[in-house]
Design a protein around this ligand. Structure first.
Ligand SMILES: Cc1cc2nc3c(=O)[nH]c(=O)nc-3n(C[C@H](O)[C@H](O)[C@H](O)COP(=O)(O)OP(=O)(O)OC[C@H]3O[C@@H](n4cnc5c(N)ncnc54)[C@H](O)[C@@H]3O)c2cc1C
Length: 401
């Protein structure tokens, strides 16, 4: 991108990482993304390349073999990757959330056991809150863990696990009433379990089944699955942080950084849509001139570029706030909300600029058009973001009269 979505104040290291990732995206992702997406094919070669670049360990501390980079560096890399193909950013996102949760909340033994292999990309993470009957209302989770000696027995069904098949470690949020008397608030009786499994489909561990991939309208290539627990036995030392009842807070912490990540994806997809729109508008002629010379199309380009800039600035602000150690739920909620809505609008404008060709699978914008809506839903819908934003505003601007 020549001019849009630049970030001031980056260190030399950040700039070097970003330019390496941008180069990788231009050479290894963009040329193959649409073909792979149409075939719903897992991008193994791209994933191997990301592994080599160390991207699976980008935010994992150096003492565990990672690069120890900030949330901002991570988000800017995600923005670049999503510009190439959103599904690839989805492959690293759940991994990143699980690694972040381990770093923040894991016991020392859990960090030592998982983080070095996660940094190398040999253990890959997925996270699982949603169930067939709920997504937004996490407090309504029905999957359950019951203590049995030194183990817990887990039962229930989970839904919408991104990387459910390809991962080997799933952070699963379930209800665990043990130690929590009847009537305990739902969010205080939930526990995150670290469930290790073989990658693949079918019964991947006794009591744990990953049925096949869910057939999706977009966001293809990356696998999204259900997860069925039927008497799944998990040792007590695989409770994240070693203490039950903290799962809800741990997951919400993970989702908060995940929201910055989804905002970054929205920025990346919108940038690509702008690039495609501005190029096409200069090539296509109607009424004797390039359509870019019609004011209506120029206005569209102006609106698209303004949205790309605004979303990028909010995403960077939310990441920097978290990196400074401050609470960023308001900024992350705003960035996720705005970036996903703007992304959908910019993609639609680029689609319109393409006229009939936008409807053809030969043009990349067709893929982006099917990808953008996922950002309106994942990591909390627009309505949920507005609830978070509204609540925080009322805390900040409490009426003192
Ligand atoms: C491709 C894909 C990948 C996903 N990956 C994962 C994953 O890796 N892990 C995971 O745990 N989940 C994942 N999800 C699930 C995702 O987080 C949920 O779909 C999302 O949170 C919405 O939940 P829902 O689908 O149950 O919708 P619902 O919660 O049923 O909401 C339906 C509609 O009602 C609105 N609504 C709900 N409550 C309110 C309210 N109080 N006020 C106003 N409006 C409301 C919602 O905004 C929405 O418009 C994924 C989803 C998709 C589509």
């Amino acid at each position: 991108m020549a001019r849009l979505a630049r970030t001031a104040g980056l260190t030399d290291v950040q700039q070097e990482i970003l330019s390496t990732v941008r180069d990788f995206v231009d050479k290894e992702i963009i040329p193959v993304a649409t073909d792979l997406e149409h075939r719903d094919e897992y991008p193994q070669q791209i994933v191997d390349g990301l592994k080599e670049l160390g991207l699976f360990g980008l935010m994992i501390p150096e003492e565990y073999g990672g690069l120890g980079e900030s949330l901002l560096t991570y988000a800017l890399c995600v923005e670049e990757i999503a510009r190439g193909w959103m599904s690839v950013s989805g492959i690293i996102n759940t991994h990143f959330i699980v690694a972040y949760m381990l770093k923040q909340h894991g016991t020392q033994e859990q960090k030592d056991h998982f983080l070095p292999r996660m940094a190398a990309g040999d253990v890959r993470g997925a996270f699982s809150m949603s169930e067939p009957g709920l997504g937004s209302d996490v407090s309504a989770i029905t999957s359950k863990a019951v203590k049995d000696g030194d183990e817990y027995v887990l039962n229930g069904q989970k839904m919408w696990l991104t990387n459910g098949g390809t991962s080997s470690l799933v952070a699963v949020l379930v209800r665990s009433d043990e130690g929590h008397p009847e009537g305990t608030a739902p969010h205080k009786s939930m526990t995150t379990f670290l469930v290790e499994k073989e990658p693949g489909f079918g019964e991947v561990r006794p009591g744990l089944t990953i049925p096949g991939k869910i057939d999706k309208m977009g966001y293809k290539g990356v696998d999204t699955t259900e997860l069925i627990m039927d008497g799944l036995r998990v040792p007590a030392d695989r409770v994240l942080g070693g203490v039950t009842g903290r799962g809800f807070y741990q997951m919400m912490d993970g989702v908060e950084v995940g929201r910055v990540n989804v905002a970054a994806r929205g920025c990346g997809v919108a940038q690509r849509a702008f690039e495609l729109g501005v190029q096409y508008a200069q090539q296509r002629h109607t009424f004797g001139k390039p359509i870019a010379q019609h004011q209506a199309i120029q206005f569209k380009l102006a609106e698209m570029a303004t949205k790309v800039e605004a979303a990028h600035a909010m995403m960077v602000n939310a990441a920097r706030k978290k990196d400074s150690g401050e609470r960023n739920d308001l900024e992350a909620g705003m960035a996720k909300y705005l970036a996903s809505e703007y992304c959908k609008e910019v993609v639609e404008d680029a689609f319109r600029i393409h006229g009939g060709y936008g409807f053809s699978k030969e043009y990349e914008i067709e893929r982006l058009y099917r990808e953008a809506p996922m950002l309106l839903i994942g990591e909390g819908t627009a309505e949920i973001q507005k609830m978070i934003i509204g609540r925080r505003l009322l805390e900040e601007y409490r009426f003192q009269g």
